[in-house]
Design a protein around this ligand. Structure first.
Ligand SMILES: *[C@@H]1O[C@H](CO)[C@@H](O)[C@H](O)[C@H]1NC(C)=O
Length: 174
């Protein structure tokens, strides 16, 4: 039995439009107020609700104000095509201002860039291309204000499959 023509056409146009949308974020997430706040890609599909295959490793759980923390996003199962990362207060769904700032890990300039959200400076890190990456390394400069923080990440396996609000372990600034 051959599928009706109309079905085939719809099928292909859906695939094409998803690819188009993915293409538009190939160079990293935007710094519009909305994306800076909810960190959600405009890929035309909703984030995954199952647990993500990724882990966000942090080199320290406690730092002094202004000290640095090394971080890595990785997975033994999946690669990473895109990411959008901010430091936030622990209660990050309410306190959406990015906190602290980032530095690029040496050698990671090819895949990562620093961008500035919400009037801050280099407080967000995102991808520069959509090549599949084994892992993403970066450095967070802790803010001056003591408190409990987390690194909040959007991680895209591809344009249609991504997780938002993935967090590192708590990082306490003393
Ligand atoms: C993720 O966190 C943002 C606040 O930073 C919130 O607006 C959004 O609803 C959250 N998304 C999900 C899927 O939990």
């Amino acid at each position: 039995m051959t599928p009706p023509k109309i079905f085939l056409m719809t099928f292909f146009s859906v695939i094409l439009s998803v690819c188009d949308i993915v293409e538009s974020n190939a160079g990293g997430g935007p710094t519009t107020p909305e994306t800076c706040m909810n960190m959600k890609p405009k890929h035309g599909v909703e984030p995954q609700s199952d647990p993500s295959p990724y882990t966000i490793y942090s080199s320290k759980s406690e730092v002094k104000a202004g000290e640095t923390v090394k971080l890595q996003i990785c997975s033994s199962k999946e690669k990473i095509k895109g990411f959008y990362v901010q430091g936030r207060k622990m209660d990050f769904m309410k306190e959406t201002a990015p906190m602290g700032s980032f530095m690029l890990e040496e050698g990671s300039e090819k895949n990562s860039k620093l961008v500035s959200c919400s009037g801050g400076i280099q407080n967000t890190i995102t991808h520069t291309n959509n090549n599949p990456k084994e892992h993403v390394n970066f450095i967070w400069n802790a803010p001056k204000e003591p408190g409990t923080y987390v690194i909040v990440c959007t991680i895209a396996k591809n344009g249609a499959t991504f997780w938002v609000n993935e967090t590192s372990m708590k990082i306490t600034v003393i």
